[in-house]
Design a protein around this ligand. Sequence first.
Ligand SMILES: Cc1cc2nc3c(=O)[nH]c(=O)nc-3n(C[C@H](O)[C@H](O)[C@H](O)COP(=O)(O)OP(=O)(O)OC[C@H]3O[C@@H](n4cnc5c(N)ncnc54)[C@H](O)[C@@H]3O)c2cc1C
Length: 434
Amino acid sequence: MEMNVDVLIAGSGVAGLYCALNLNSNLKVLIITKSKLTETNTYLAQGGISTARDEKDIPLFIEDTLKAGQYKNDRNSVQILAEESMNSIDHILTLGVVLDKIGEDLQFTKEGAHSINRIVHNKDTTGKALADALIEHVKTLKNVTIFEDTYLVDIIKDNNTCVGGIAIKENTQFNIKSKVLVLATGGIGGIFNNSTNQRLLTGDGIAIAIRNNIKLKDLNYIQFHPTALFDENIDNRRFLISEAVRGEGGKLINSKGERFIDELLPRDVVSNAINEEIKNSGIPNVWLDITFLDSEYIKKRFPNIYEECLIRGIDITKEPIPVSPAQHYFMGGIETDSTSKTSLENLYAAGEVSCTGVHGANRLASNSLLEGLVFSKRAADSINKNITNIEFHEIAIPKVSTDVEKLITENKELAIEEFKRRSKDLNDELFNHR
Ligand SMILES: Cc1cc2nc3c(=O)[nH]c(=O)nc-3n(C[C@H](O)[C@H](O)[C@H](O)COP(=O)(O)OP(=O)(O)OC[C@H]3O[C@@H](n4cnc5c(N)ncnc54)[C@H](O)[C@@H]3O)c2cc1C
């Protein structure tokens, strides 16, 4: 199969969808996604989207992001994130994203390492609210086609320019020539046994970058979320207990019923403290307690967490929740500039697969959806501006294997090897840990 499009977008999370929405309507756009449209980390997001409350809050939001990131962040990217946050929230509201309000005003909640309440949310299913609205909108766009179950194998290169992508759809090679390709393939949780991420996110974008010598950055910055629901029998992804639970006053306690850490410190600090407790006690989890909150409030504020825990036999209004850390987020990725351009001509990257440098060594809670919005729009703006000068390339496209399972395994292995090569802390134990 062959197809020519102006813009090929791989990924249907916040970054892929919002990029498509911001592209000029005269551009022919194709979104491909490895599985179903909603099988994304975006859909799983619980806590919310951070935003500066107003112009005066921008410096403090920047400082909170830098401090959580151990000042390893790219300051220019952080500034962009904070300055463009309010417009992003205003825009998604106009697209029909439903966010919780008090009266006419947005309700802002608090999460770890934020100095003030600045997280907008839809109960504890913010990602679903965001994704549903974006998907509904993208489906109305006449210039955008969506192919589900279509696996991007590799990009097509002509010298140092990206000229399209090779995909597998229904066991058939599908050559897509494009003027621009946007990688929005998300994170890497699927290469860890112990992760909160969708299992299908196995670092394909990173493997493609490695094979094509595209610049990667900060591969050693991998975030472990402190509070994934503990379940020793689980083979699938770990269910997350959102940081917003601690934001609402949830207390972390050890086997003696004692608090051992300020729950609202940055994620890396809290995860390390929990791991220390686990090591010292010999018990594989600690507990997160919110039983002191009104039970009706808990059910209303965290309906998804309440239901999911209840299914597993835990009534969070009556008993503390067993939790332990799990791989959650990848701060590093494909190096991009402030317009989401990669080191390869006409290849952009946005969302978790990219590294804008916004998060430094440790992401501040709820900054990921915001980064997806801000920097995928920047990609779209740059594409809108430059695409008239880009031509299709006539180039022979090689035949590739159509065995997707084999390709996924190869990509996984390639990514893991590169992670281990770049940092001795990223060892077999970490990837295989349950
Ligand atoms: C449980 C959980 C809760 C979270 N809560 C929050 C929160 O409250 N606030 C916040 O800011 N962040 C949160 N995050 C992080 C945030 O959800 C993600 O970082 C963000 O949604 C990533 O968006 P994305 O568009 O980059 O990728 P995703 O939403 O993960 O989408 C990736 C897409 O790429 C596609 N893809 C991958 N490989 C290929 C391939 N080879 N070919 C074709 N398509 C491919 C997938 O099919 C998918 O469509 C949470 C994450 C998890 C796991």
